[in-house]
Ligand binder design. Structure first.
Ligand code: ADP
Length: 754
């Protein structure tokens, strides 16, 4: 199991007698509330005193520092912005302001501080901590603090969390709020794309991000842009002509809409800002048609936080609070995510590296600027340039028409249950494959379709618009082949002329390809490179932290939980919500963590009668003595054969004795539906590119080994399938080690008051 940075048991032991303050500063971001809630509740669960500071650093100076109880942060997980306010404090830029801040903290016995803000706020935090001993000395000299107060608080113990929709901190893959901002952008782009397609019209869409092009690059990747302008890579002189040429060729290649995505900080190579009006004018001059401008503005900061911004910010808040409670010295860290793993990076270095990016751009080192934004950013930039390349598009379109003999054929298919993002992956594989000169063929209806020879060529136009669509246009089935089916499959591969196969799907995909690899001695036509691409809402596959579709399902679950909560707001009610996942508890645990569930029942950890009795005793105590009016348990569909969702709800109801009523909610197949989220589209695109690259390299090397692609803290990875299959627990059809399982401890720290 991947460890939490600091084990809850260790943190719990060290909180007594300590005080932790938390503030939010700089621009607001969705997910700040989840982080605030986690800091406060972790501190309380560790027997420490939690304080909240209103209006950022200004609140420290004005003494707006109040004890924050457990209930003070109730009901805020689903709210955008920050309930304690944020501020850009001019006073804190002065030593005199920081002197007051230090006085107000120490006079309340506080020397532990968590700041959620952008790089400006984190710099302010670092300056403050560096000055702390000098500030206290000055306060003692002035007679405002006693020698004892000064010696009791020799240093400021701090941790930073990056709250910024811009995702601009070098060293971390994601900042708090960036995923929710992408949700807002993607929704807008999907709308723009449908109106643009109806009218065959060009749109310029400006997105936020200050000096960072992250939102623009990811939006272009998942919303489908033709041309992209970002601060890290200013376009060369004459970009207007090149842009118009690309839009024209995109239309010729079959695109109905033309969308230019402009990051608000984009400049030309002389450092002059490029405005949306200039881009529109360039399109109107070059294409002789009207273009429309949409500036998304503050919409991107608003709205309810995404599932990711809830569970990730909760984990970050826990990490920051447990750090300040357990570590008394050493440089202050910033906690962020790399892949789906919390990492601590030194604050000063992270901020310095972030501030170097504009300097790289000014010095003309654009490749360096792109690379310093991290692997995800650089890969997305490369893929975008590849799939929007007009030459590739045009040659592919031409090849579609002529279909010359002798081109190598790569098959694309799905297998297993439906996962949102399957279409995005299939589209990316097809377009990248066509652009690289391969003939791309789609296999319909999974392995059953393959056995029946249901194989058809796919053109550039065929896959247009697939990115946005849920479902799987090629069809998918949970049917895995047995040895007896391999003869038919072998013949179909041969007759279909498949030189390689990419199988996008879940457990069935991995099982089917692994069987085909094992039996290839007997069926020589199966000796072709095959790659599995993980796509299942269950997230139960080996060699990847996330499968395509799981993020969309989590968002569906969190959305349903929000509705359950609001439906119960006028009554005393307990809910048992059931999630999918078969024997894998990912959706139940992460959905429950993000949705604020007090109890989660998993197959991995088991369910016992003793545990249920303890839960019921806690529940009735909480209704009687903790002012509780709502309780939510999330149960994985196969948590336990006897303690079904109904049985649990009956037991909870039996304990009610008039305190509350009880309801059940089976979330069912809505979890598999809907348009894929930005994170799923981005993941699908990145994995597809890697899957295709893997088979292309293998075809060049005449290698036929089978692989799977996946994503971990180091980015996108390729693993030999046989090796990946050794990492599984076959009886439960899930990986033997699951990175998220330890997060169950956080439910007890932040969702459930002891
Ligand atoms: P963000 O945190 O979103 O980057 P800002 O750059 O506006 O936003 O910084 C927020 C606040 O952090 C500032 O208003 C100021 O109070 C504080 N701050 C920023 N830089 C410093 C600094 N060098 N010294 C002290 N305080 C700073």
């Amino acid at each position: 199991m991947w460890p939490l940075l600091i084990a809850p048991d260790q943190a719990r032991l060290q909180g007594a007698g300590k005080s932790v303050a938390v503030l939010t500063s700089g621009g607001d971001a969705q997910g700040m509330n989840a982080a605030l809630r986690a800091v406060v509740r972790t501190a309380i669960s560790c027997s420490a005193q939690a304080y909240a500071v209103s209006e950022g650093f200004q609140g420290l100076i004005d003494g707006a520092i109040e004890p924050m109880p457990w209930d003070g942060v109730s009901g805020i997980l689903d709210r955008g912005g920050t309930v304690i306010g944020t501020f850009r404090s001019k006073d804190f830029l002065t030593r005199a302001g920081r002197l007051e801040a230090a006085f107000n903290l120490v006079s309340r016995g506080i020397d532990r501080l968590v700041v959620v803000g952008g790089d400006g706020s984190l710099t302010g935090l670092d300056v403050f901590a560096g000055e702390w001993p000098g500030l206290l000395e000055e306060l003692e000299r002035a007679g405002r603090l006693t020698a004892r107060q000064r010696s009791d608080h020799p240093r400021l113990v701090f941790a930073g969390l990056v709250g910024s929709i811009d995702n601009d901190l070098v060293g971390a893959d994601m900042t708090i709020g960036a995923d929710s901002a992408l949700h807002r952008i993607q929704d807008a782009l999907d709308c723009v794309s449908s109106t643009a397609a109806s009218h065959q019209r060009a749109f310029v869409v400006e997105v936020m991000g200050r000096d960072c092009g992250y939102l623009a690059v990811m939006a272009a990747l998942c919303g489908g842009g033709d041309w992209l302008l970002i601060p890290e890579h200013p376009p060369a002189e004459g970009w207007q002509d090149e842009m118009c040429q690309r839009l024209r060729q995109g239309r010729q290649a079959g695109r109905k809409d033309s969308i230019v995505i402009l990051a608000e900080g984009a400049t030309d190579r002389q450092g002059r800002p490029i405005t949306a009006a200039q881009v529109r004018q360039a399109i109107e001059d070059g294409l002789d048609e009207e273009a429309r401008v949409t500036i998304l503005g503050h919409v991107q900061r608003g709205g309810t936080p995404s599932a990711y911004d809830r569970w990730a910010s909760t984990w970050l808040g826990y990490s920051a609070a447990s750090h300040v409670l357990t570590c008394d010295d050493g440089p202050g860290p910033v906690f962020g995510f790399r892949g789906h793993q919390v990492v601590a990076v030194p604050l000063v270095e992270a901020v310095a590296a972030t501030r170097r990016v504009p300097k790289l751009v000014a010095a003309g080192d654009y490749a360096g600027a792109v690379a310093s934004r991290g692997a995800d950013f650089a890969t997305a930039w490369r893929i975008f340039n590849h799939i929007s390349d007009p030459d590739a598009a045009q040659s592919a379109a031409a090849l579609d028409d002529q279909a010359p003999a002798g081109r190598r054929r790569i098959g694309v298919m799905h297998a297993g249950g439906l996962a949102p993002g399957m279409n995005t992956a299939a589209k990316t594989v097809v377009r990248l494959g066509l652009a690289a000169g391969f003939e791309m063929v789609g296999v319909e209806d999974g392995f059953a379709g393959l056995a029946a020879g249901a194989v058809k060529p796919l053109t550039w136009k065929d896959v247009d618009g697939w990115s946005q669509e849920g479902g799987a246009v090629l069809g998918t089935r949970r049917w895995a082949p047995g040895v007896a089916d391999l003869y038919a499959i072998g013949r179909a591969v041969e007759e279909g002329g498949l030189d390689a196969l990419i199988v996008i799907g879940g457990w069935t995909a991995y099982q089917g390809v692994a069987l085909m690899e094992r039996e290839r001695e007997r069926y020589p036509s199966l000796r072709i490179p095959m790659v599995c691409l993980p796509a299942t809402i269950d997230n139960n596959l080996p060699a990847t932290q996330m499968a395509v579709g799981a993020d969309t399902a989590l968002n569906v679950i969190v959305d349903a939980i929000d509705k359950i909560r609001s439906s119960a707001s006028a009554s005393q009610r307990c809910f048992v919500a059931e999630t999918m996942g078969r024997d894998c508890g990912f959706l139940a645990l992460m959905g429950g963590l993000a949705g604020g569930a007090e109890q989660i029942y998993l197959n991995e950890t088991g369910v016992t009668l003793d545990q249920i009795q303890a839960d019921l005793a806690w529940l009735t105590h909480s209704f009687d003595h903790q002012n509780r009016s709502f309780f939510l348990a999330v149960r994985n569909e196969q948590a336990n054969v006897n303690f079904t969702t109904e049985v649990l709800s009956h037991l909870i109801d039996e304990a009610a004795q008039g305190r509350y009523d009880t309801r059940t909610m089976r979330l069912g197949h809505i979890q598999q539906g809907g348009s894929p989220t930005p994170a799923d589209r981005v993941l699908a695109t990145q994995l597809s590119e890697r899957a295709l690259r893997t088979v292309v390299d293998q075809l060049a090397d005449h290698s036929t080994a089978c692989h799977c692609v996946g994503s971990d803290a180091d980015g996108v990875q390729v693993t030999e399938l046989a090796q990946a299959m050794r990492q599984i627990d076959p009886d439960h059809q899930r990986p033997a080690q699951q990175w998220w399982l330890g997060l169950g401890d956080l439910v007890g720290m932040v969702n459930r008051r002891s």
